[in-house]
Design a protein around this ligand. Sequence first.
Ligand code: AMP
Ligand code: MG
Length: 359
Amino acid sequence: MASSNMKIQNENASVETKKTPKSSKNHSYDIDWIKNTNAKSFLPDQQHSLKKPVTDQGCQKRLSKYNGLVNRMSPEEVDEELRKRQLSTSGEIEIRRLRLKHHYKAQLMLGHENPFKMIQQHFEYIAVVDFEATCDNNQRNNYPHEIIEFPIVLINVQQQMIVDKFQSYCRPTLNPILSEFCTELTGIEQHQVDNAPTFPDVLRNVEAWLNERNLLSSHKRKCGFATDGPWDFAKFLRIQCRFNSIPYPRWAKKWINVRKEFSSFYSVQRCGITKMLKSLGLVFDGRHHSGLDDSVNIARIALELMKDGCILLLNDGVRASDPKFIDLNITGGDETKDLEEDEAKLDDNDDDDLYVSNE
Ligand code: AMP
Ligand code: MG
């Protein structure tokens, strides 16, 4: 099993996130919008086409082959290989197999120009969402937020870039007139929401858009949703679905909490988008509190995390035992049981601030 002398090509790739486009339409659902506006900078251009995939497929294949070999070895063969490498032969056979597999993986990584490329990401796509909602400057905890912007920025994990996006404004019905404060904060103007569909229609359009791209497929590794913190899904979406008496979408039951992952991966305090970018040597691109621009910047952070070897997994979700979620009518499946099981895996460390700070 000679793995240390493997010849591995340098496929070092760097991601450069381009200037954020401004939305030119009130709501738009397809990729043509991107092609027709300056958002085309998200699509592969000459420079992007020079980029190489985030993972090294050749090495991944080799690793799978080694894993297969180890699985087929007899316990005696496993021990012989372990002894050759001066590794312990104690413990149950499955542990010994894993020990050998980890050793092969480490050897492969050591011989690799960019070991992070050996890391297999969990999802094929990551869809970043950042809602904007009605608000007021002197509001309290119980302000009846309604979602007024629903953006999605889609990352192709293998290509390591933003490949698509969706944006729609939503017409609020409880407080149809936006406060001056809200317009100033989000940049969303009255006419934009006046001409937009209401949230249930927007959600239907979102799901149609996702389905067109096969992103809601039952294949669990196809697409994971990501947000900055727990608030977008656990607060805004939950309140909105309850207000509209529509089921809470199954796909938003668990998500990648980028803020939480950033803090644990780099061992830093949880902080907002601007600070996360700053610590990565980047600056916020676009307008703060624009849902689409916030999403693009969260996507940039997610891309940097993956480039640094972080595997983005679902690390946050709605909790069955949380009284706030008891009346959630989640679409499809035995969701309550699922939630109870998953809940044990989520840590309870989320700060529950009223507002997410971008700082
Ligand atoms: P963000 O994703 O940080 O842009 O915030 C999402 C939503 O939270 C905004 O659209 C507002 O409804 C609300 N929000 C954020 N910051 C504030 C704030 N300082 N005061 C009142 N509402 C806020
Ligand atoms: Mg935002």
